[in-house]
Design a protein around this ligand. Structure first.
Ligand SMILES: Cc1cc2nc3c(=O)[nH]c(=O)nc-3n(C[C@H](O)[C@H](O)[C@H](O)COP(=O)(O)OP(=O)(O)OC[C@H]3O[C@@H](n4cnc5c(N)ncnc54)[C@H](O)[C@@H]3O)c2cc1C
Ligand code: FES
Length: 343
């Protein structure tokens, strides 16, 4: 049953506890009432969408769980983004007892592979990217057969979030857990050599990467160069990838987009440079979306006529792409007419 005061799919949750992690990061423990418990069941690595009002503006932002389902609390961790509205508002003003509106858990950055435990988890986190990695690591070590390796990069020691919980994880699980902390202030930015050294010996592993864009690019490049298969590589981006300068050119041929959603069919005229999601919204449709970075898959729709190109795809696998699925938040149409359907 949904809460009586739920609006637009967002449930009001009380903040049970505020934990200051570092000068720039704070964790919020959310109180999930009994009647919402099923709705807020989640997998390690997923995220919640918060809807908050700051300075009279209604804003939505995604935050990954830093807790794991094996723990008895639901927790997110928010790091200040310099100049960012919501992250600073949360760090500066939110206190225990406040209420935030929260959408249900989403995302595909979850544990893969042999769930009986044979597969190793090798994770790379940069800065606030440790949030979903912490959740994945906690969930993975719960399986006594699984090994976990975490490479955690930070500019300095002061910016390390979860220093103690990570140490505890190592202390409690001995040889099954390895955490390597990298500090730019000591060793400069992470190099391909450091990444390659960390993954040796590469066993039957799945690789998880979350952090700032340049860090993610460096890790992805090095892992692929070291022979890691794309199907074993899982990426969670907190920010949108910057489109290449000529990315808009192909969409200049598009005139209209036919959108089928909730048994409605709308023909939307196309505005150059807009994604398919923006086109659906401009046509007045309440198209599903969440992260808007190509990570969660919430916005997926199938192209049934014409073509589109994804600027970023961290959610769909090759089979889904072959079947015509696209992430509408990351897709530019590339044919005169495009027909897409949300199923
Ligand atoms: C799936 C997912 C999971 C995430 N999980 C986490 C998490 O666990 N922890 C976490 O801390 N974050 C997480 N994020 C990031 C989070 O959602 C927010 O993007 C982040 O907190 C910044 O929001 P903000 O409102 O503070 O910044 P915004 O106000 O959105 O600003 C973002 C940046 O853009 C700059 N900017 C804003 N407006 C302009 C402008 N007009 N011109 C130039 N620059 C501008 C700001 O200076 C800032 O650097 C996640 C994101 C996604 C998509
Ligand atoms: S909204 Fe998350 S992938 Fe598009």
């Amino acid at each position: 049953m949904a809460s009586e005061t739920e609006v637009d799919g967002f449930a009001p949750l009380r903040i049970a506890r505020v934990v200051r992690e570092t000068a720039d990061a704070v964790s919020l423990v959310l109180d999930v009432p009994e009647h919402c418990a099923r709705r807020f069941r989640y997998q390690a690595g997923q995220f919640l969408t918060l809807r908050v009002t700051v300075g009279g503006r209604d804003l939505r932002r995604c935050y990954s769980m830093s807790s794991a389902p094996v723990e008895d609390e639901l927790r997110i961790t928010v790091k200040r983004d310099p100049g960012g509205v919501v992250s600073n508002w949360i760090n500066d003003t939110v206190v225990e007892g406040d209420e935030v509106h929260v959408g249900p858990p989403e995302g595909r950055f979850v544990l893969r592979g042999d769930l009986s435990g044979a597969t190793e988890v090798v994770a790379f986190a940069g800065g606030s990217g440790i949030t979903p990695i912490m959740s994945l690591a906690r969930a993975a070590v719960d399986d006594p057969d699984r090994r976990v390796r975490v490479f955690y990069a930070n500019r300095s020691r002061e910016s390390v979030i979860f220093a103690r919980p990570l140490d505890r994880l190592v202390a409690e699980h001995g040889e099954r857990v390895l955490v390597h902390k990298h500090f730019d202030e000591d060793d400069g930015v992470v190099t391909p050599a450091a990444i390659e050294a960390f993954i040796e010996p590469a066993g039957d592993a799945h690789y998880y990467v979350c952090g700032p864009g340049p860090f993610m690019e460096a890790v992805e490049e090095s892992l692929l160069a070291a022979g890691v298969k794309e199907s074993r590589l899982h990426l969670e981006r907190f920010t949108v990838a910057v489109p290449e300068p000529n990315a808009m050119d192909e969409s200049s041929v598009t005139e209209d987009v036919v959108i089928e959603l909730d048994r409605k069919k709308v023909v939307a005229s196309y505005r150059r440079g807009d994604t398919l999601l923006q086109t659906a919204r401009s046509a007045g449709l309440r198209a599903p979306a969440s992260c808007e970075t190509g990570s969660c898959g919430t916005c997926m729709a199938r192209i049934v006529e014409g073509s589109a190109r994804m600027l970023n795809n961290d959610a769909l696998d090759d089979d889904e792409v072959d079947e015509g699925w696209v992430l509408t938040c990351q897709s530019l149409p590339t044919s005169r007419r495009v027909r897409m359907t949300y199923e």
